[in-house]
Write a protein that binds this ligand. Structure first.
Ligand code: GTP
Length: 192
């Protein structure tokens, strides 16, 4: 099953105050943790989805860069925009760029659940769906078209209209910790 990786690395970082994907954790920018988790599972291509204000900041070695014109269309638009440009991959493994605790083992675990009966595979952590660390089949495209035409921007709006499988993860798993603000980063960077 040909599977591509998408790192969502656009947006506004308004709560952080500067582009959070370039913040350094243990010597590497946040977004690099997402790129590596996908690349180490041999997902090909790994695509960084970003906007023109941020595009120059990424290391472009062994990744494709897809640049949006706008900074705030949101993740659903970004995934749709990428899927439209890649005909070959059946599945797209999406990771946000603000999750420095993500690992290739997490990606590997979710990949085992790709199945033709479902259009998306979404982890559940505690009680919470995690659509920013999830797998989407290209069968989602027509539903995405409809949802976006209705001016709905959230991945939840997509999930409400498509068949997806949930995969439970233990509460103590760290993969899902996303950094929205400098305070989040201060709180979590002490974690071992
Ligand atoms: N490509 C792309 N990525 C996005 C877009 N909006 C958000 N993201 C990414 O999606 C993830 C979650 O984003 P959020 O933290 O909810 O939004 P944000 O705009 O980055 O930050 P805030 O302004 O603080 O809400 C991050 O990895 C963002 O880089 C977008 O319009 N395009």
């Amino acid at each position: 099953m040909k599977t591509a990786g998408i790192v969502l690395a656009g947006g506004q970082s308004s709560r952080y105050g500067r582009p959070k994907m370039f913040e350094i954790y243990n010597g590497k920018p946040f977004y690099v943790y997402s790129v590596h988790a996908l690349a180490e599972n041999k997902l090909e291509p790994v695509i960084i989805s970003t906007n023109s204000l941020l595009a120059d900041g990424f290391d472009k070695t062994e990744v494709d860069l897809i640049v949006e014109k706008d900074t705030h269309n949101g993740p659903l638009f970004a995934i749709h925009h990428v899927m439209k440009q890649y005909d070959e991959p059946e599945w797209f493994f999406v990771l946000s760029a603000d999750i420095p605790f993500v690992t290739s083992a997490f990606v590997h675990r979710l990949l085992q659940h790709r199945h033709s009966d479902y259009n998306a595979i979404v982890p559940v952590h505690g009680e919470k769906l995690q659509p920013l660390l999830a797998l989407y089949h290209r069968r989602c495209l027509p539903v995405m078209d409809t949802v976006l035409q209705e001016n709905k921007r959230s991945l939840m709006a997509l999930l409400k209209n498509t068949k997806f499988k949930t995969i439970p993860f233990d509460e103590e798993e760290r993969f899902f910790i996303n950094i929205n603000s400098e305070n989040d980063f201060k709180e979590y960077k002490g974690l071992k």
